[in-house]
Design a protein around this ligand. Structure first.
Ligand code: ADP
Ligand code: ASP
Ligand code: MG
Length: 474
């Protein structure tokens, strides 16, 4: 493929152990033979980001007792792989020293957090970024050790973002300019840039992160701005599947998926792809493939343009996939006095927005006597407070009877382009849930008409996913 550019991203499990790293290295070697221009993006080793952030949040509560244990785990994880896979003594030692310096800065950061008694979003990003900053050095040394020309670069050099710490947004113009300026000369010389997923920096050089699971997004940004021809996301399953294989082991890989289907799936909880990954690749018109580091010969899943799917049922089934988002609460604002009063919804969502909460699902009863929406579990209490304040007068006057939240619920979403053209799908879905005694608390149809979402009690999550999955594979 003369002059074609490929961006490959390896997820946490794909670089999470010596065995995984051997696979990743072989995948890079094979891709090198096919693609003259190759960029590699890596996540932190599996479990590392969680460990870093847990330590930081404990430190914020004044607890640094488990720091030595965390430090030890980080050393063992990275050093074991370096010892095994970087045979040359000097590069191995150098890599371990660099990683050790990062571990020491992790310890310093946590101690500083403990002294302050709080962890600001900016400090949390500094801590969380260390996972990728360690793994990129490890992977770089392993690739270099095989004799492949590569260079480790932190994405803070070229992914420039705003200062919305923990969920930063790239500034595309500068990012494009810097990414091209830094990566292109390497690609021209046949050197593989190996870079960090998940992280960026503000124009002043302060480290930011793109949100949990954001390495997929990093790969998409790099692919879009270069631009590359293809972006491949290497993970631990055979692509995008009919549902999470951890819930239904018999879930099948979808060989193709449309933009709007994957957008709904990712948004409604299919962890396999970060929801922000899709827009950059679609806008840049580049290919996206999701494939398995542990089964590299499997073709995985290819993203296809919406227009290529005629919406006809696949294998006679219109429902293509089922997902679940757990740990949500439904909030209801209800009262007969709301009937026909303009602006209630606007005020309600204004109050929700003031808490910085995003709302994944909204339903409104046609009677206008209630507004009901879902929010993440941990935001429910502040959201109810904000609503009670915003509607203090109406509550006093009893125009609004009450504002309340449910117990833990899950949003179950059924996705499939064919659903638009097929009457009776909703009927099938609800009778399937009914047959399985799953009580539906609320319903919403995605605006794209590619999905239908239902809210069920937390304890019904697995049952609902399994029951709906039968509509796909039965
Ligand atoms: P990575 O570390 O490679 O980014 P993630 O853990 O973020 O991997 O995402 C992969 C996981 O997503 C899979 O192991 C699987 O359990 C989960 N998953 C959830 N829904 C789906 C789905 N529809 N198809 C495939 N995997 C899914
Ligand atoms: N390491 C980061 C996380 O765990 C980013 C990623 O894996 O995509 O959230
Ligand atoms: Mg991921």
């Amino acid at each position: 493929m003369p002059n074609q550019t490929l961006v490959m991203k390896f997820g946490g499990t794909s670089v999470g152990s010596t065995e995984a790293l051997i696979n990743a290295m072989q995948i890079i070697r094979d891709a090198r033979a096919e693609w003259p221009r190759l960029v590699v993006v890596t996540s932190a080793m599996a479990g590392v980001t969680n460990l870093l952030l847990d330590s930081a949040s404990q430190a914020a509560h004044g607890n640094i007792n488990s720091l030595p244990e965390a430090e030890k785990t980080l050393r063992e994880k990275h050093f074991a792989a370096a010892d095994e896979l970087v045979q040359d003594e000097n590069p191995c030692l150098e890599t371990k020293q660099e990683i050790n310096a990062l571990i020491l800065s992790f310890v310093d950061l946590c101690k500083a957090i403990a002294v302050l008694g709080e962890a600001s979003p900016r400090a949390l990003d500094a801590v969380a970024s260390l996972g990728e900053r360690m793994s990129v050095r490890l992977l770089g040394a392993i690739v270099e050790n095989t004799g492949i020309k590569s260079e480790v670069i932190e994405a803070t050099e070229f992914i420039i973002t705003n200062d919305h710490f923990q969920n930063a947004h790239p500034v595309i113009k500068v990012t494009t300019e810097k990414t091209r300026r830094i990566l292109k000369p390497l690609l021209d010389e046949g050197i593989i840039p190996i870079t960090t997923g998940f992280i960026g920096a503000t124009p002043d050089g302060v480290i930011t992160t793109l949100g949990r699971g954001g390495s997929d997004y990093s790969a998409a940004i790099i692919g879009a701005v270069l631009p590359a021809d293809d972006v491949w996301i290497w993970t631990d399953v055979d692509g995008v599947m009919t549902t999470d294989p951890r819930i239904v082991p018999s879930a099948r890989t979808l060989p193709e998926i449309t933009y709007s289907e994957i957008a709904e799936l990712a948004y409604y909880g299919a962890k396999v792809l970060h929801p922000k990954t899709i827009r950059p690749v679609v806008e840049a018109g580049i290919g996206l493939r999701i494939c398995n580091t542990f089964n590299p010969s499997h073709p995985g899943t290819r993203l296809i343009a919406n227009a290529k799917s005629n919406g006809k049922p696949v294998n006679g089934r219109v429902v293509k996939a089922v997902t679940a988002i757990r740990k949500q609460r439904l909030i209801t604002v209800e009262g007969r006095g709301m009937l026909g009063v303009p602006g209630v919804a606007a005020r309600a969502f204004g109050a929700v927005a003031s808490t910085g909460t995003s709302v994944p699902l909204i339903t409104q009863a046609s009677s206008e006597q209630s507004i009901c929406f879902a929010v993440p579990d941990e935001t429910a209490a502040p959201v109810v407070n904000a609503l009670e304040k915003a509607f203090a007068d109406e509550l006093e006057e009893r125009d609004i009877d009450r504002i309340w939240k449910t117990e833990d619920v899950s949003i179950i979403t059924v996705v499939g382009v064919g659903m638009i053209h097929t009457p009776g799908v909703a009927g099938q879905i609800f009778s399937q849930l009914g047959k399985n005694n799953v009580n539906v608390l609320a319903i919403a149809q995605g605006s794209s008409e590619v999905s239908i979402s239902m809210v069920v009690s937390a304890e019904d999550t697995e049952l609902a996913v399994k029951a709906l999955h039968e509509l796909i594979v039965k």
